[in-house]
Design a protein around this ligand. Structure first.
Ligand code: SAH
Length: 355
């Protein structure tokens, strides 16, 4: 069986070309064809000799994600919201993932998934309804960005790992994807324009801190009370708030502020006492706080707080010395907002048929 050249990191691509008796830079050329030009066939790689293209084709193929649903036609945008599009992308093994493209004034952001489904089981999140299916390979994560650039005809400026899955549970896949996404020979998106969001896995956060990877880190805190956090986010049972904050402090010593996300859920964590607790908790952790008003989902019982409650909560937090923003989550009408990715049509259809 032919090997998929797209699976190769830059170094692996170089080694593969050395093994074919070529210079190392030939690996750079093939890598660029694949990631910058989206080549799916060696025959188009015209800066390689005909013999080399032929021997590559004998040994390898180039296969990535494809637009699911719309078949080969390459039309994947299922619905369109104000500057937000959700794409369903298929992998070779019949699994698919959702990615979101967000167009703002000067930013074009892709929100990528790093797993099919998610193992975390957060009670308020629609992705949890899918359960965990598998980790995505590095090239399958990076290919979400490449494919969306291709179908939208734009160059993306930012990448956020806030789609389906937990990035730190797929550490190698995510690190490999970051290499492709940020490499000047790959998708060439700046490291500081790349954000990894985690539920707060302490070991993974420490590993990231020790590594040479410099991306922005966001932690989904969501609750300032340990008990309540454990109740709603099972992963919190093994990752205590104080340990998460310790790592966040270490980041800040390196002049990299961690962003804490706080999903506001009506009557659950939107009280004045929750805001005060949050200030107390973060008092010696230089950080930024993103308030995300809850995005409702037809299969979940939770609600978004009223605007007045959100404003009151925001007002209290502003009395601290943190930067606090209410994040406008876009795309709720097409279930493309934070925590709404669930292959919803599939989940909704199967739940309907089972009634
Ligand atoms: N597993 C990672 C990456 C997923 S990011 C993490 O937990 O950070 C998804 C973000 O959306 C997280 O901050 C999560 O807390 C938030 N979220 C989940 N469900 C949501 C919902 N229904 N409305 C708003 N935000 C939600």
């Amino acid at each position: 069986m032919k090997e998929n050249f797209k699976k190769y990191s830059l170094n692996e691509a170089r080694s593969a070309m050395l093994a074919l008796g070529c210079d190392r830079y030939r690996g750079d050329q093939v890598f660029k064809w694949i990631w910058q030009k989206g080549a799916l066939d060696f025959s188009v790689m015209t800066n390689l000799s005909r013999e080399l293209r032929e021997s590559l084709s004998e040994r390898y193929l180039v296969a990535g994600l494809s637009m699911a649903g719309a078949g080969q036609q390459g039309v994947g945008a299922r619905q369109e919201g104000a500057g937000v599009r959700k794409y369903l992308l298929g992998a070779g093994d019949n699994e698919d993932v959702e990615s979101v493209y967000i167009r703002e004034a000067r930013r074009r952001t892709v929100c990528v998934s790093c797993q099919v489904g998610c193992p975390l089981g957060c009670r308020f999140c629609a992705t949890a309804l899918l359960g965990f299916r598998r980790n995505l390979h590095a090239y399958e994560i990076a290919d979400q960005v490449r494919l969306i650039q291709q179908v939208t005809g734009t160059k993306c400026t930012n990448v956020v790992f806030m789609g389906m899955g937990e990035p730190l549970f797929n550490f190698n896949g995510v690190v490999g994807a970051l290499e492709i996404i940020t490499s000047p020979l790959g998708l060439s998106i700046g490291r500081r324009h790349t954000t990894l969001s985690t539920v707060g896995l302490v070991e993974g956060m420490e590993a990231l801190l020790r590594s040479s990877i410099r991306v922005k880190l966001a932690v989904s805190l969501n609750f300032a009370d340990e008990e309540q956090r454990r109740e709603f986010m099972p992963a919190a049972r093994h990752n205590r708030l104080q340990d998460i904050l310790k790592v966040a402090r270490a980041y800040s010593l390196r002049k990299e502020r961690v962003t804490f996300e706080y999903v506001m859920i009506r009557h659950v964590n939107d009280h004045v006492r929750d805001a005060r607790r949050l200030i107390e908790l973060l008092k010696d952790v230089p950080s930024k706080i993103n308030l995300i008003p809850y995005n409702e989902h037809p299969l979940l019982p939770y609600k978004r707080p009223t605007d007045a409650v959100i404003e009151r909560f925001h007002g209290i937090l502003l009395q601290s010395n943190h930067t606090v923003v209410i994040r406008k989550s876009r795309g709720q009408e097409i279930l493309a907002g934070c925590g709404q990715l669930s292959g919803a049509d599939r989940v909704l259809t199967s739940s309907k048929t089972s009634v």
